[in-house]
Design a protein around this ligand. Structure first.
Ligand SMILES: [Zn+2]
Length: 435
């Protein structure tokens, strides 16, 4: 496949007349300055694809329904109600719509942090039905998926048992999770070139200390590993009370901090936590629109970057699905907490949302030789972007400025056909929550 880009913004500079060529899997095998060949897809202005490093697809159903009052913990109540009603068929429909919305807004890859494994009573579905529903939804939408299959075994830092409503999340113990994970890996092999399997520990609340150690030891060393970390001060307080350590300190003591680890949120960190995360070269996934919506707080982005952490962005609860708004949210948070401008410069915002997200998912950087040919064509002539310098479009455009999305060298979305995605979302959310 050949894709030609008239103007490509990458690493903060615009290159002109860039011709990419891929192998059969959509991996870039060559890149050169050349005139547009007659048989190549031609994009006017494009950037490397955006990697959404943290998503819970089904939370999308709560958008526009949970914004009145309450706290993180009351939001979670509504989330559990939606979670309790999903089955493989309804999940496939909903996730197809959500992944379609992501592609339409420029996310070309997603890490789905998935723990709805079993039936509501905890019984196993045959043939990994929930996981396959997500994989099929991604293939249907044309998005690159890293399924972050999640261990969720306990309800609190002291190993409290899961409630009735959380039963469908659980594999019982570390061995049960590892058995299912390895079987899932075999079942997913060859299913779609867009789908790979990663792993996750829900949090220091969701997986007891010994189980975390056993799970990490039982996973292949090259698999990306994610965990929610210090999203809420209450988690830190509970962890200190039980273990005498912060959640980051506990991960360090268990030997889990490593370059393959991505910590999600990392909002409430101590200076010592930041030092540990940076020294281990972990990835951190900030989710600015979610952290604002849930009242989580503003994470120390500049401090973690300076310590050596590699930053990425995620849409998390999917109340907002728009990489450009996450980029802007990251920089806005920095400005609001520091009372200064230019904390994360536009060129760095593009890098964080693009290659940063891919890296956190264990994927090679997009739109480079050796990486997937994932690109986003942006409109520089909209009411939002007209007159802007390309690199600063980071702080001007929204997902509505995405004209076409390319994944693996193939155009998977054109903005002239977004209506079916919206109709699908409306149908599946109404069936889930209004029935
Ligand atoms: Zn999450």
């Amino acid at each position: 496949v050949r894709v030609w880009v008239e103007r490509l913004l990458r690493d903060g500079v615009v290159a002109e007349n860039v011709l990419f060529e891929t192998d059969a899997d959509g991996t870039v095998i060559s890149e050169a300055a050349a005139p547009r060949p007659a048989d190549a897809v031609g994009l006017t202005f494009a950037v490397p694809g955006f990697g959404n490093a943290h998503s819970h697809a089904f939370h999308r159903a709560l958008r526009g329904r949970t914004h009145e009052g309450g706290s993180f913990w009351t939001w979670r109540e509504t989330m559990y109600r939606a979670a309790g009603r999903l089955d493989p068929d309804s999940y496939r429909e909903l996730a197809s719509g959500v992944f379609g919305e992501m592609v339409a807004n420029g996310w070309t890859a997603v890490g789905e942090f998935h723990y709805l494994h079993h039936a509501p009573d905890g019984a196993r579905y045959p043939a990994h039905a929930m996981e396959m529903a997500i994989a099929d939804a991604a293939a249907d939408a044309g998005i690159r998926l890293v399924l972050l299959d999640t261990a969720y075994l306990s309800a609190g830092v002291a190993g409290e048992p899961l409630s009735e409503r959380q039963r469908r999340f659980s594999d019982g113990d570390a061995a049960g999770y590892l058995d299912r994970w390895h079987a899932l890996r075999s079942a997913l092999a060859g299913r779609s070139p867009l789908v790979t399997l990663g792993a996750a520990l829900h949090s220091v609340r969701g997986v007891p200390r010994d189980a975390m150690v056993a799970i990490v030891a039982g996973l292949p060393a090259d698999v990306p590993l994610h965990i929610h970390l210090s999203e809420q001060p209450a988690e830190n307080a509970a962890c200190l009370a039980v273990h005498g350590l912060t959640p980051t300190g506990l991960l360090a003591e268990c030997g889990i901090l490593s370059p393959r680890l991505a910590v999600v949120h990392a909002t409430h960190l101590t200076e010592a936590d930041i030092g540990l995360l940076g020294a281990a070269r972990v990835h951190a996934v900030f989710c600015p629109t979610t952290e604002a919506d849930l009242g989580d707080g503003i994470g120390p982005a500049v401090e973690v970057i300076e310590a050596g952490v590699r930053l990425a962005l995620g849409s998390d609860q999917n109340a907002v699905v728009d990489p450009l708004l996450e980029m802007r949210g990251l920089e806005a948070g920095e400005r609001l907490r520091s009372l200064r401008r230019g904390r994360v410069e536009p060129a760095a915002l593009w890098q964080i949302a693009g290659a940063g997200g891919y890296g956190a998912l264990g994927l090679p950087a997009p739109a480079r030789v050796g990486g997937p040919l994932d690109l986003v064509e942006l409109d520089l002539g909209s009411t939002r972007t007209a007159g802007a310098i390309p690199v600063q479009v980071a702080l001007a455009a929204t997902g509505s400025d995405v004209i076409r999305t390319v994944v693996g060298g193939r155009v998977v979305h054109d903005r002239s056909d977004a209506a079916p995605i919206a109709a699908r979302l409306a149908r599946s959310i109404s069936a889930l929550l209004d029935a």
